[in-house]
Design a protein around this ligand. Structure first.
Ligand code: SF4
Length: 350
């Protein structure tokens, strides 16, 4: 590894800053081990050894959008569609809370049926379980975000997917990149903890645009960053694309940890699809969150964003036991609180 690369990593580890050119170098240098070690040290210093577990409820796979990379796109007629009853959503939430989850992540396609009015009573019931609530249901207007926040939602996940505006609008027909950024800014303004992130390896995506994604996360000072390798879905127009790699997704994640040292960063499920035990490797490279699925297996098979999704046949209780065992086996502990971002002051070291 060159002295220049080592100097960039050293500076970023203590100053949490990097230029676009420096990020590009780290994304392309042949050897990433020093980067991963630095990201792991920063995670230990700012977050500690605990891993946050978030229970994921996939409550509707119906989507009005048509993103070229996603299996839930509206033109995909190869998957059966489902929409959980309110009582079923609450039931999954209750069972997750009984398994010890302190945060629930409610995720769906952009399903207009679930208006804030319909979600409100569900959110109120879930809130009584003593859990933090995260929503991941796509683009809404400011009033809708405001109403959901008032209904008790603590966090919101909305990946920017890519900061390359032209690429975004090519891959997400009918959607506006500017509106997506507006959503993220509104969410921040309304007091949500905000999560965003990228898909790594999209056709036409450049290394420079990936580097800009990381600077965008830092500029927005987001609370959570989810990085996933793009995995082509055979039921989409991008079926024959090459897709992203585990290595590049890990580098993106590790650099993000250096620049946003106290953010919550998940070891994403898509990483484990590409690499056996990929989530545990990601936890050793800067990540501190895992999001086990707490939806029943029948629904998981229909929530097919990409092929090869892991744990399709594992009951929620089994997932909990399995993931806890794996986390403990790498010397980490399970967090017992709701896992909000603990902001730390960055002290420049000499
Ligand atoms: S990425 Fe999101 S908005 Fe786009 S088709 Fe998939 S679920 Fe819908």
């Amino acid at each position: 590894m060159s002295e220049l690369i080592e100097a960039i990593i050293d500076k970023a580890e203590y100053e949490h800053s990097m230029s676009l050119e420096e990020i590009v170098l780290l994304l392309t240098t042949p050897e990433a081990e020093k980067l991963y070690e630095a990201a792991d040290r920063v995670r230990e210093k700012y977050i500690g050894s605990q891993v946050e577990l978030r229970g994921l409820v996939e409550f509707s796979n119906i989507c009005r959008q048509n993103c070229l990379y996603c299996g839930l796109r509206r033109d995909n007629s190869n998957i059966p569609r489902y929409r959980l009853e309110a009582s079923a959503i609450v039931d999954f939430g209750r069972r997750a809370a009984e398994l010890g989850y302190k945060t629930l992540v409610l995720q769906s396609g952009e399903d207009e049926f679930f208006s804030p009015e319909r979600l409100g009573p569900i959110l109120s019931e879930l809130k009584q379980l003593g859990v933090a609530l995260t929503l991941s249901i796509g683009e809404k207007n400011r009033e809708e975000y405001e109403s959901l926040r008032k209904a008790g939602v603590d966090r919101y996940l909305l990946r920017i997917e890519t900061t390359d505006k032209d690429l975004y609008e090519r891959l997400d027909p009918g959607m506006s990149w500017t509106n997506r950024v507006r959503c993220l800014r509104d969410l921040k303004d309304l007091g949500y903890e905000v999560g965003t992130g990228s898909l790594v390896g999209l056709p036409g995506q450049t290394i420079e645009s990936l580097a800009r994604d990381i600077l965008f996360f830092q500029e927005l000072d987001v609370d959570m960053v989810g990085i996933g390798p793009f995995i082509p879905n055979p039921d989409t127009p991008l079926a024959d694309a090459d897709g992203g790699t585990f290595d590049l997704a890990c580098r993106m994640m590790a650099i993000t940890r250096l620049l946003l040292p106290d953010a919550n960063i998940p070891a994403t499920t898509a990483m484990e699809t590409l690499q056996p035990d990929g989530r545990m490797l990601a936890l050793k490279r800067g990540a501190n969150v895992v999001m086990p699925n707490v939806t029943d297996t029948d629904y998981r098979k229909m929530y097919m964003l990409y092929p090869g999704k892991i744990c399709l046949n594992d009951a929620p209780a089994d997932c909990r036991v399995c993931v806890t065992g794996k986390i403990k086996a790498i010397g980490r502990t399970i967090s017992v609180d709701q896992g909000f971002r603990r902001r730390r002051t960055f002290v420049k070291e000499q």
